[in-house]
Design a protein around this ligand. Structure first.
Ligand SMILES: [Zn+2]
Length: 110
């Protein structure tokens, strides 16, 4: 049976805590707890530190930086900004220049 989204969060937190807890032979007290999926996941201090560090270090694979023109964070696969519509960075400008010079073959429909 598939886990609900909340149960997935609880399972991921338990797995993460387990990966950190193995490095501390003398387990300390729980300093925080997270409620998810109808469960309480207790967290010790080393796990809290590691979790906070992991969350801060996470970068979404769709994150391509910020727009050179407006600072917007939403650049598409061609580095065109979803906020101002301009290409960002050298790669974005190169893609736009190449696209503007492209002449489609006559056999392709308009
Ligand atoms: Zn922009």
């Amino acid at each position: 049976m598939a886990l609900s989204p909340s149960e997935q969060v609880a399972a991921a937190l338990r797995e993460f805590a387990g990966r950190i807890d193995v490095f501390d032979p003398l387990p300390g007290a729980h300093v925080a707890e997270v409620q998810a999926g109808g469960q309480t996941v207790p967290l010790r201090a080393p796990v809290v530190r590691a979790l906070a560090e992991a969350l801060r270090a996470y970068q979404d694979p769709r994150d391509r930086g910020t727009c050179d023109h407006c600072g917007g964070p939403r650049l598409d696969d061609n580095f065109v900004c979803a906020d101002c519509g301009r290409p960002s960075g050298v790669f974005g400008r190169l893609l736009q220049e190449r696209a503007s010079r492209f002449d489609p073959p006559a056999e392709l429909p308009d």
